[in-house]
Ligand binder design. Structure first.
Ligand SMILES: *[C@@H]1O[C@H](CO)[C@@H](O)[C@H](O)[C@H]1NC(C)=O
Ligand SMILES: *[C@@H]1O[C@H](CO)[C@@H](O)[C@H](O)[C@H]1NC(C)=O
Ligand SMILES: *[C@@H]1O[C@H](CO)[C@@H](O)[C@H](O)[C@H]1NC(C)=O
Ligand SMILES: *[C@@H]1O[C@H](CO)[C@@H](O)[C@H](O)[C@H]1NC(C)=O
Length: 498
């Protein structure tokens, strides 16, 4: 009681002290049924890496290597200790007033061997308890089945590059639907295919450390799309009738802004958008890869002497399997890049970048965050939604991640508030003026957490976490107070209009 009145007083204070940030902000309320949420992912927050029967995953493996490839030798062994502190996390979500919490399941916590021969009941229990706690507080669980932590047994066999992955993923998804589907009505099969496949198997940053540029990412894409589709159909066949939920996927990428208004730059923008978003959404909506992706990779593969394209082909049966397998598309959006065509094609360059035929960059002068890849460009949010809305008509969209990092976790995070406010203004504009069918928005992240190869150096949380304290003490930042006002008023300014 005392705590919550202090909290509401501080909301009032921030209500009067957070000014608008000098741009024209959309003052219109979001629709009544628009959902606001916050997100995390299992490896980034849970800790308890070897407790209660959990198996080893690729991140446990990478972070324990000596020398470590992770900044400052950081690991997620304890992370935010959410495995033990999930009730506190739910109380923070309650304080934020969010409609939903997006979190992910640790595959190796549920299936320690990676396979479905043994289900770890203690692991299942953890997620049951978390889901129960959320529902007791009227917060809807939105569950990501795969957010980058893969059992090491499966990674050792090539991970997503090996097509045996497809049925192993479907086995795992079936266990998830069976164990949690009574209570979970929103499912996301994969978080950020392009991070998994391009950064993972193309660049060797995310899944394991080996990389096969220009080959590994396409094998991964091909298996991931088929695994997604098979899991969606399996839900449809075995669970939808009794559980009545929806299953989607979260696609990430920059808005790609033409660097000039020349037709060559406009075309370069369209091409890179197809290689970023179309690569996944086009098959899911229409059954096959976008034409420009097919053409570019096929053409360069021939010139490079391959007898088969580096981009595998779907059979007619697979086209039927994949077409129409998403109840919604989640979008993770953070930033924008400029683009122009490559001057000339170096045909001996076997890589995804060379296949796109374009060069992209982020201008120095754009506003920085705590992450080199994340430059602040609010207008890109509206442009991207508009592009998605007009390319994939009738597809329901939800923003499954958006957020801002700094490097010090400051509680006085006005820059984060400004980012959220300006991005949400552009998102509201896209709904109001461009007719984009968007039903929700997710702040990344609830907590400062383990930011993959950057360790704990990049902080995206609405709540600060003290990683030096064994308690992993959570403290609300100014942005948490701002966000809690947004979830209550459905509006980003003080003077809302209906
Ligand atoms: C990381 O670990 C290596 C030993 O593997 C050690 O030499 C190095 O000083 C450590 N770096 C930090 C920042 O702790
Ligand atoms: C062409 O690509 C190959 C392979 O990536 C590289 O070794 C070579 O330096 C590149 N040539 C030029 C002119 O950039
Ligand atoms: C923390 O970083 C931000 C940049 O994101 C900076 O504006 C602020 O001054 C820093 N605060 C402290 C206490 O170092
Ligand atoms: C951790 O939490 C316990 C129980 O709330 C408290 O007694 C202790 O002082 C805390 N320790 C630190 C280092 O904050």
């Amino acid at each position: 009681m005392a705590l919550s009145s202090v909290f509401f007083i501080s909301i009032l204070i921030s209500y009067y002290s957070v000014k608008s940030y000098g741009e024209e902000l959309n003052t219109k309320k979001f629709p009544k049924d628009f959902m606001f949420g916050a997100a995390t992912a299992s490896y980034q927050v849970e800790g308890a890496w070897n407790e209660d029967g959990k198996g080893e995953n690729n991140w446990d493996h990478i972070t324990h290597l000596v020398p470590s490839p992770i900044l400052n030798n950081d690991t997620g062994d304890i992370a935010c200790d959410s495995y033990h502190k999930y009730k506190e996390d739910v109380s923070l979500l309650k304080e934020l007033g969010v409609d939903f919490y997006r979190f992910s399941l640790s595959w190796s916590r549920i299936l320690p061997s990676g396979f479905d021969n043994e289900v770890n009941q203690l692991g299942v229990e953890y997620y049951r308890n978390l889901i129960k706690e959320l529902r007791a507080h009227n917060i809807t669980p939105v569950v990501t089945i795969f957010h980058w932590d893969l059992p090491q047994t499966i990674q050792d066999l090539g991970g997503l590059q090996n097509d045996f992955f497809i049925d192993r993923y479907v086995d795992f998804a079936r266990v998830c639907f069976r164990e949690f589907g009574e209570e979970v009505k929103y499912w996301i099969t994969f978080n950020e295919p392009s991070s998994i496949c391009y950064l993972g198997y193309g660049r060797g940053w995310l899944m394991g450390l080996a990389s096969s540029p220009g080959i590994g990412e396409y094998l991964c894409d091909h298996n991931l799309l088929r695994a997604h589709a098979k899991a969606w159909r399996m839900y449809d066949d075995e669970f939808r009738k009794s559980q009545n939920g929806v299953v989607g996927i979260s696609i990430s990428g920059d808005w790609i802004e033409p660097s000039t208004d020349s037709s060559a730059d406009l075309e370069a923008s369209e091409t890179l958008l197809q290689f970023t978003f179309g690569l996944y959404i086009h098959p899911i909506v229409h059954g096959d890869y976008p034409e420009v992706v097919r053409t570019n990779v096929d053409k360069r593969s021939v010139l490079q002497g391959f007898s088969q394209s580096r981009l595998p082909r779907f059979t007619q049966e697979e086209v039927q399997l994949i077409r129409g397998t998403s109840d919604f598309i989640g979008i993770n959006m953070y930033t924008t890049s400029l683009v122009t065509p490559r001057g000339s094609d170096n045909i001996s360059d076997i890589s995804f970048e060379a296949d796109t035929g374009v060069t992209s960059w982020k201008p120095e002068e754009w506003e920085n965050s705590g992450s080199s890849w994340l430059k602040v460009y609010p207008k890109g949010a509206r442009q991207l939604l508009k592009w998605l809305g007009s390319n994939y008509k009738g597809v329901k969209l939800i923003i499954t991640e958006n957020g801002y990092s700094d490097n010090n976790g400051t509680l006085e995070d006005d820059k984060r508030i400004s980012y959220y406010q300006r991005y949400l203004s552009n998102i509201r504009d896209a709904m109001e003026f461009d007719g984009v069918d968007l039903f929700g928005y997710t702040a990344w992240s609830l907590l400062d957490n383990f930011e993959w190869i950057s360790g704990y150096s990049q902080k995206f949380g609405l709540y600060q976490v003290d990683f030096n304290s064994p308690n992993r003490t959570r403290t609300a930042k100014k942005s948490a107070k701002w966000y809690s006002k947004l979830t209550r008023t459905k509006c980003i300014v003080d003077d809302c209009t209906e």
